[in-house]
Design a protein around this ligand. Structure first.
Ligand code: PLP
Length: 320
């Protein structure tokens, strides 16, 4: 990213600097496309996943699962139910007569629960419905080559910069223009490209493979031994996420107590933390009580998780 801050060039310019910027933009577009099994001209850069989700879902009638991120949930005409593990199964869906499409996230941002998107893709194909996947939580953790008409990505969820993401749309079913102005993004999303951020997004999509659950599992085993209940514990989950509740202990109290110990956890999603409302995700899966989410980075070690579990034991004992 650094060279593009030092030399702020516009990829739409004809001069040599502009052409170099255009080449960097094209490379990033290719890196994003390749990581997800789309082609370059199917990548539309946005300011993030919130924008991509709103862009696509603001047109047409969409069914969305009850555990989606609010940027999807707020655009859905109906909420598809999930089971006690937070998994939305096509067999649980009603007839979607008169609908244009279905939106199912790849993995949940609070629980890490992975949805059966391959089955949904096939189900939507049979029902002649468009299929969108909010894959924001996938890169760097699980495979992101997904059979879908549309895909949403967010760079910062994969360890890239904030303020950049993408809507991927198969050729022939591109969305109408979101912003009019310049010809950027095939006349659909005008405005000068945020090149340093886009270059970082491309790099992180290429560099990151899939994650390992070893450190998370070491933490989770210890939290279970302390009487913790893992939300979505019976489902396939992202390798880095553990959403756990301790009966009788309020999640907000635990967040504050752990913060004082230098351990940063969230109650629910980061966007909704601070709100006293219970998480819509936990509510939809019938999870009793509140829960905190431990999100590990690829650099976290088993030794660190053993230490974290020791601190949690002390704090939970005190709160109890
Ligand atoms: N969708 C999911 C599943 C997320 O986890 C997030 C994260 O905040 C978003 C959408 C919104 O992403 P962004 O911050 O890029 O707008």
């Amino acid at each position: 990213m650094l060279p593009w801050w030092d030399q702020p060039a516009n990829p739409m310019s004809m001069h040599a600097e502009g052409r170099a910027a255009a080449a960097a933009l094209d490379r990033a577009r290719g890196q994003v496309a390749e990581a997800c099994g789309f082609s370059r001209e199917e990548v539309f850069f946005t300011s993030g996943a919130t924008e991509a989700n709103n862009w696509l879902l603001s047109k047409g009638k969409w069914a969305v699962t009850a555990v989606e991120h609010p940027s999807v949930l707020g655009r859905g005409a109906i909420r598809l139910p999930v089971d006690e593990n937070g998994v939305a199964q096509p067999s649980m869906a009603p007839e979607l007569e008169g609908f244009d499409g279905v939106s199912v996230m790849l993995a949940n941002n609070e629980t890490g629960v992975i949805q059966p998107v391959a089955e949904w893709s096939e189900w939507c194909r049979r029902k002649k419905l468009r299929f969108h996947v909010d894959a924001s939580q996938g890169p760097g953790r699980i495979a992101t080559k997904i059979s879908a008409d549309y895909l949403t990505l967010s760079a910062h969820k994969a360890g890239g910069p904030t303020g950049v993401g993408a809507l991927l749309a198969r050729r022939g079913i591109w969305p109408e223009a979101l912003l009019v102005g310049g010809p950027q993004e095939r006349n659909r999303r005008a405005g000068t490209h945020a090149l340093p951020a886009i270059v970082g997004f491309g790099a992180v999509m290429e560099a990151r493979g899939e994650g390992s659950p070893v450190a998370r599992d070491a933490l989770e085993a210890r939290l279970l031994a302390l009487g913790g209940k893992v939300a979505g514990g019976g489902a396939s989950r992202l390798p880095n996420t553990c959403c756990v509740g301790f009966g009788g202990i309020d999640a907000q109290d635990l967040v504050v107590a752990l913060d004082l110990e230098g351990i940063a956890v969230s109650a629910g999603s980061a966007c909704a933390s601070g709100s006293p409302e219970p998480s819509h995700v936990l509510k939809a899966m019938g999870f009793r009580g509140s829960a905190v989410r431990f999100s590990l980075g690829p650099e976290n070690t088993v030794a660190e998780m053993v230490e974290v579990a020791r601190v949690v034991e002390r704090v939970v004992g005190r709160l109890r």
